[in-house]
Design a binder for this molecule. Structure first.
Ligand code: NIG
Ligand code: FE
Length: 410
């Protein structure tokens, strides 16, 4: 006897099992089974495919008129931080831009101040609340960056909180050391601070899976980013980079040359760098919620990247300054509207390819996979992108158990 069957599913989304990220045209290929069945036992998928009544289970969920997909994966977040920055809304209304606020000692640096002052318990509670919202919206795997400590004690504090969250919530999480996220006020120079962060890498290896850096005008140059990435790789880290978010410095080219697992943002990346994606497995992690929140006209050239046979993933970039939403469904809608992605491309970019961007197993529902999935109260997968800004997740199933039930009896 199995534990659970979901029967008569309107649309069952089955991303392709793959060792490598899906690239180019492959992103548009998604197996959508109408009238599907999913069978779960012992936290694992026993069967996922077209209708069958061959299996028996303790519980049955009716999926008629609904969508079932693998649970979502958020492969780029700054989940652990102190305080909030709603006061920046007024500055933004008056026309101040993101880098100007940072230059004036606000922006990331004001969150650094608040994060340093917060106790580990306060950081944990604030992040736990935000993580709960993410789970309620169908996310069961999360990458979480440090980068608001900018010194030994506080970077470690953030990473410890991140690891405690993974334990407490029993989630697939990966933790990223983003020491070079900004240059703190007390630093003698960019160079000296970068060296301090490089010196922390061996110790951070016990706490973090990836090393990341913010390569941007007024923060770290391509040369500095290269030095950091090479030092991190020597310590056994896989590397990531915040690249070409605002200015076209060439961070994507660097990510590809250094074999980074991901290059993230890539709004201003050059044609030359985008062309290099074709021969590379570096995943372009696109964060259109950030472009929206920063009020920019131009979004990352997702179509150009796919035409160049690149691999893309979509994530929130949830953080208190440049993308203050932890609703990945909303970001999926923005991706479809502003990055001009098809529904199939968006769903692959937040499941199977997002798993690759986090270096985890996930994003598929094949026999033997973890039973992490979502029952969506929507007639088809495009509807979820179309009816934007609200939560369509009806049930979130984690290791085969219904962990969230948003259904309201009326
Ligand atoms: O990915 N760009 C750098 N880091 C974050 C923003 C962090 C902040 O503003 O607090 C980002 O956009
Ligand atoms: Fe980010």
């Amino acid at each position: 006897m199995n534990d659970l069957i979901i029967q008569n599913i309107g649309q069952l989304l089955l991303p392709k099992a793959t060792d490598k990220p899906l690239k180019g045209k492959e992103l548009d290929e998604l197996n959508i089974v109408e009238n599907g069945t999913v069978v779960i036992n012992d936290g694992k998928i026993v069967y996922a495919g077209s209708y069958t009544d061959e299996y028996e289970a303790q519980s049955v969920i009716d999926g008629y008129g609904k969508v079932v997909s693998p649970s979502l994966i958020d492969a780029h977040t700054h989940l652990v931080f102190g305080g909030s920055r709603e006061h920046e809304m007024a500055l933004k209304r008056q026309g101040a831009d993101y880098l100007e606020i940072l230059e004036g000692g606000g922006g990331i640096l004001s969150t650094v101040e608040a994060t340093r002052q917060a106790s580990e318990e306060e950081l944990f509670n604030q992040a736990a609340k935000n993580l709960t919202t993410m789970i309620q919206h169908g996310v069961l795997a999360v990458e979480s960056k440090s980068g608001y400590g900018l010194n030994h004690e506080n970077e470690l504090k953030q990473l410890r909180v991140s690891r405690r969250l993974a334990d407490r919530f029993n989630l697939d999480m990966k933790h990223t050391f983003l020491g070079p996220h900004a240059v703190p006020k007390e630093a003698e120079s960019n160079e000296a601070f970068l060296q301090q962060m490089i010196d922390l890498l061996p110790e951070m290896k016990d706490y973090a899976d990836f090393a990341d850096i913010f390569c941007e005008t007024g923060v770290f140059s391509v040369e500095e980013s290269k030095r950091y990435m090479q030092a991190a790789k020597e310590q056994g880290f896989k590397v990531k980079i915040h690249a070409d978010e605002i200015d076209p410095l060439g961070g994507l080219g660097l990510a590809i040359d250094e074999g980074a697992i991901t290059g993230d943002h890539l709004v201003a990346s050059s044609e030359e760098d985008k062309a290099k994606l074709s021969d590379s497995d570096t995943i372009a992690v696109l964060l259109p919620g950030t472009t929206f929140y920063l009020g920019k006209e131009d979004y990352a050239d997702a179509r150009g990247m796919l035409d160049n046979n690149g691999a893309i993933a979509i994530a929130t970039d949830f953080n208190p300054g440049s993308c203050v939403t932890n609703n990945l469904q909303l970001v999926m809608s923005i991706a479809s509207l502003k990055l001009k992605l098809s529904a199939n491309e968006v769903w692959n970019a937040v499941t199977v390819n997002a798993a690759k961007a986090m270096d985890i197993d996930g994003g598929t529902l094949n026999e033997g996979d973890k039973a992490n999935l979502v029952l969506w109260d929507a007639p088809n997968h495009e509807y979820i992108l179309y009816h934007y800004g609200v939560n369509h997740a009806e049930k979130v199933i984690h290791h085969g158990q219904v962990r969230v039930d948003n259904h309201l009896e009326i």
